[in-house]
Design a protein around this ligand. Structure first.
Ligand code: NDP
Length: 283
């Protein structure tokens, strides 16, 4: 599996695990925990959560899934813009750590831009780093203009990641944002890479391409092609959410799926890349 290296030198596998909506349904809880644990057993490290997800339910479930194996995990959480003041980030982070049952996050992101000046949020992240509560900080849902503004904020600790919507449904960032992040040595984390399991996975082109490939689990699926397509971008980390061990296994197998030039051309034909600036979309 490909690796991704953050600006602070930490290297992780390019496939991580999303957790939005996990912990919302008691009937699925066991499978969701098994799914995360199976991912860690297979060598995945990044687990992405947020204080917003289920008002803390996702963080609590992640805490249960990683109990006793914290060092296996590169743990990411996010602060809501409404909590992004200097004191707010401290209190929100302390609450996230409690729900997660740990004393530190590997990466803490501003979930999206709100009304708090970036200088203040970044200063708050610096405080958290010095207190040992987080190892690195980053942002989410920042377009190129936001990233340029952020670059003008003075901070001894660099922004390590920008978590954005990127899938075959939303290719706009290929025009400029992916290159901006790469040149600034900021890791792009692609969220909703499977189009949230919706219409995208029924795209005929994905079925056609899948029919030409085998994975360790047998014939490739449209979801695996969609994920392999996102993972083809160098230096990018993808965080699909798999609520079951079966989906997690499929996603891990997709990380080894190499799309050919002919596959990529056929996909471009059906779902063309952007020809001009498209504003960053957000879910
Ligand atoms: P995804 O694109 O990851 O899709 C998840 C859906 O796909 C679920 O319904 C899941 O079903 C299904 N699925 C997973 N694996 C497979 C598979 N192999 N075959 C078929 N279906 C599959 O959407 P998300 O919106 O969850 O995005 C991923 C993560 O990104 C989130 O969980 C969250 O951590 C993060 N995120 C961040 C945002 C931000 O603003 N920063 C916004 C949105 C997401 P099942 O659950 O049954 O496995």
């Amino acid at each position: 599996m490909k690796d991704v290296t953050f600006p602070d030198g930490i290297t992780v596998p390019a496939l991580g695990m999303g957790t939005w909506n996990l912990g919302d349904d008691d009937g699925r809880r066991k499978a969701e925990i098994q799914s995360i644990q199976l991912g860690l057993d297979a060598g995945l490290r990044v687990v992405d959560t947020a204080e917003m997800y289920g008002s803390g339910r996702s963080e609590r479930l992640v805490g249960q899934a990683i109990a006793g194996r914290r060092d296996d995990v590169y743990l990411v959480s996010k602060v809501l813009p409404s909590n992004a003041s200097r004191k707010g980030v401290h209190d929100a982070c302390a609450a996230s750590l409690k729900r997660l049952g740990t004393d530190r996050l590997d990466l803490y992101l501003l979930h999206w831009r709100g009304s708090v000046p970036l200088e203040e949020t970044v200063a708050g992240f610096g405080d958290l780093m010095r207190a040992g509560m987080i190892r690195a900080w980053g942002v989410s849902n920042f377009d190129v203009d936001d990233m340029r503004e952020l670059a003008r904020v003075t901070s001894p600790e660099p922004c390590c990641a920008n978590q954005i919507l990127y899938s075959l449904d939303y290719r706009g960032v290929e025009h400029d944002l992916l290159a901006y992040d790469r040149e600034a040595r900021i890791v792009t984390m692609a969220y909703s890479p499977l189009g949230q399991g919706g219409e995208l996975l029924r795209a005929p082109v994905l079925r056609r391409v899948a029919a030409r490939h085998e994975t360790a689990l047998g014939p490739a699926t449209p979801a695996q092609v969609a994920l392999a397509w996102v993972l083809r971008q160098p230096g990018l980390l993808a965080i699909p959410k798999a609520g079951s061990p079966a989906h997690q296994r499929e996603n891990i197998a997709a990380a080894a799926l190499e799309l050919t030039k002919a596959d990529l051309a056929e996909i471009d034909d059906a779902i063309p890349p952007p020809r001009r600036k498209v504003s960053l979309a957000m879910i």
